[in-house]
Ligand binder design. Structure first.
Ligand SMILES: [Zn+2]
Length: 108
């Protein structure tokens, strides 16, 4: 059986939007290039998202689907975007939780 985690990118977050002025920029800058807002907190949240993302993929590789779902849920809390919902939906499918998987799929 092919491994489901191979469909996912290693780096889900490669840009962020300044919460003050909305300017898009690379996900790894400290200060907004347009308005000079401090982006370190936002960057820390994105880094935590990325750590949870990688942990979820590693758990999927090990077929630890409960653990993968817990990491994916953390991603969704940190950044509730379509990518995180898809990841959690896949984890829930693999765990056999069809109800939550279907709910998440509807939200994408
Ligand atoms: Zn800004």
């Amino acid at each position: 059986m092919s491994n489901p985690s191979h469909a996912w990118s290693e780096r889900p977050v490669d840009e962020m939007r300044c919460p003050t002025c909305g300017a898009r920029q690379g996900a790894w800058v400290d200060v907004c290039r347009r308005c000079k807002s401090d982006l370190r907190l936002l960057r820390a949240a994105l880094a935590a998202y990325e750590r949870s993302w990688r942990s979820a993929l590693a758990a999927l590789d090990d077929e630890q689907y409960d653990e993968a779902a817990a990491h994916a849920r953390r991603c969704l809390e940190l950044r509730p975007d379509a990518e995180a919902r898809r990841l959690l939906a896949v984890c829930q499918l693999l765990r056999g939780d069809w109800t939550e998987a279907a709910e998440l799929a509807r939200m994408v």
